[in-house]
Design a protein around this ligand. Sequence first.
Ligand code: 6PG
Length: 478
Amino acid sequence: ATADIGVTGLAVMGRNLARNLARHGHAVAIHNRSPEKTRALVSDHGYEGTFVASESMADFVTSLKRPRAVIVMVKAGQPTDAVIDELIPLLEPGDIVVDCGNAHFLDTRRREETLREHGLHFVGTGVSGGEEGALRGPSIMPGGSAESYQKLGPIFESIAAQVDGVPCCIHVGPDGAGHFVKMVHNGIEYADMQLIAEAYDLLRSGLDATPGQIADIFREWNRGSLESFLIEITADVLAHVDGRTGRPFVDVVLDQAEQKGTGRWTVQSALDLGVPITGIAEATFARSLSGHAEQREAARAVFPVTNELAWAADDREGFIEDVRKALYASKVVAYAQGFDMIKAGSEEYGWNVDRGATATIWRGGCIIRARFLDRIREAYDDDPELPTLLASPYFVKAVSDGVESWRRVVADSARAGVPTPAFSSSLAYFDGLRRGRLPAALIQGLRDNFGAHTYRRVDSEGAFHTLWGSDKTESAAR
Ligand code: 6PG
């Protein structure tokens, strides 16, 4: 046995991870169900490092030094279970199975439990950064046992993206913690993209600008506090001209956003955990709405478009700055909600996830990498128990500076008929948190009226019920 770590499943992500490992001096055992992919990897990239190729799973396992570490890089769901079932009888106690796919954290918890019964470690690992990231340095979010991290940590940290000399990889927490945090990363990714899309839509309508002009605005924004991978590639996509028609690329792409499910999972778990991640939810629903072509057509037929155009033409610069500030403030809300979600998951499952460290490993490699994650890290370093990111001094100032712009943009968009579900719901969330008294009191009154569901009072302990149907006296409920 000569290999330090193995990868089974050599589609593009698996192949790139294997190459990244080899390039960093790790001897990598490689295996794929159909051996052509294994052979192609050796012939195309064998010179990059040490690959130990096997055509059978048994040989692949034998080629690994103990404790063996096997990265499974196949499709989430049933294919992952099938590979794990094949591996279990071939492995020995202390060996480690790593799932680097986008698995649901509850599947990861289940698998971890099963493998633990066999004396094996199961490490659900979030890997972000797409194909390029896998090859050149992803952000890596491993869960599983602390013991497994002793072997995996140094290997993963060597292949992860590095920011200021710090690797974008930590041991996130036990069992499903890594996949949970990756799921929330993807939820934030949905919100981030929806906010960018709304900003684009507003600029396009409000200024009657071309995609090329808007690309320049995003390029400019990428030099300031909004600097991030997604803003950078937004400029590239908007500037792109379709080769076939000569039209802006965004105008020839069908406007129906697809999804593979991690955003939906985030929202589903948020409902279970009771965390109002409204930005991520609106972003997910906006994708769904875009796909309902028939309903969109029906609505357009009866409510002809009367959208205002170029309403901001008189104060171009002022409007662009308003949209920039609204985007930044809404983005802070989306991240605040995402980090609340991590806290809630961590408490529910006893993971003890460090939010500041999580912000640190999202600074590079991953899709949501952004300059402002440094600010988030600082906020949690200063106060690990911060009740909401919005209350940290840096973000208090940032949001306060932007709030008037944010309100103008949301009001303008409503007036003009440009949908901004993520901008608007983020502002409503912000106002909801800071409002002294919420109308939730009335909801409690209604619940008690129709169903004797009881309410609590501001002035005394306990639950109460009013006899709505008779003399309206109040009694203490047990
Ligand atoms: C990443 C990405 C990746 C995800 C895509 C597509 O972190 O590298 O999050 O894991 O698969 O973003 O997701 P959707 O198809 O759901 O948009």
